[in-house]
Design a protein around this ligand. Structure first.
Ligand code: MG
Ligand code: MG
Length: 255
């Protein structure tokens, strides 16, 4: 069932998402060659707790950390570890935080040092653009499938592929609520969107083929062909004329 949020609840979810946004920016300051993803995880956990939140992912279905840190061919759910980041890596940092009982959820793919490979630059640019195109459809009266369709078109027309095994989702008192928000599908299909729905839109995009494999740790999802993958996510409230983005990349983009 889909829980429609009151304006007050949407305000609470905005608060949680602003903390997530600031956490991603804090982590982003330390993304350099030589840092480990476990160090980034500690920075995020401390920052969330210092600002009155709880990490949403830590312990969720047994997930062991605050962040999902997915490097290069890891699409999502990478577990922070002691491997040092290298110049030219890309890393998707997915973060969730809970404040006053409501969750926030957002992800940004960073490059470690300047991006040297034009195709990697295009992958990041396309994934982020597809996210914003999807957000553009999160308007009352449109259909859920409009979001899915526009994301798929944008990604595939740029020669990249959509991971289908994972989706966006509703966000609220639970980190993952209904509805599922697919990154592929048909315009005009699915439920009608209305004010009160809060959803995480999160295209996961592979440079190569769409197929993924699972590591033995039970979490890490990798591209089967080991080409890189990108992941951008915002939590948004369906708007009357325009979606309201509750998370933010503005803190990251001013690092
Ligand atoms: Mg997320
Ligand atoms: Mg999510």
């Amino acid at each position: 069932m889909i829980y429609l949020k009151t304006e007050e609840e949407i305000g609470q979810i905005r608060l949680s998402n602003q903390l997530v946004a600031k956490t991603l920016a804090e982590v982003g300051k330390y993304i350099k060659p030589g840092v480990t993803t476990l160090q980034l995880d500690h920075i995020a956990e401390e920052f969330i707790r210092d600002n009155g939140g709880e990490p949403s992912f830590l312990g969720y279905n047994g997930f062991p950390n605050t962040l999902c840190t997915s490097v290069n061919d890891v699409v999502i759910h990478g577990i922070p570890n002691n491997v040092e980041l290298k110049d030219g890596d890309i890393i998707s940092v997915d973060c969730g935080a809970c404040v006053n009982g409501f969750h926030g959820d957002s992800c940004f793919t960073f490059s470690v040092g300047p991006i040297k490979d034009n195709k990697v630059a295009a992958l990041l640019k396309t994934t982020k653009a597809a996210l914003y195109s999807g957000i553009g459809c999160a308007v009352e009266g449109r259909r859920l499938g409009d979001i899915s369709s526009v994301i798929q078109k944008e990604v595939e027309s740029n020669g990249f592929s959509i991971v289908r095994e994972f989706t966006g989702h509703g966000v609220g008192r639970r980190l993952h609520e209904e509805p599922l928000v697919r990154n592929y599908g048909n315009e005009g299909s699915g439920i009608k969107l209305r004010r009160g729905m809060v959803i995480a839109i999160e295209p996961m995009v592979n440079m190569g083929k769409r197929n993924v494999t699972f590591d033995k740790d039970g979490w890490t999802v990798r591209t089967a062909d080991h080409c890189p993958a990108a992941h951008f996510e915002h939590t948004v409230a369906v708007g009357i004329e325009k979606a309201e983005i509750l998370s933010s990349f503005e803190f990251i983009e001013t690092i």
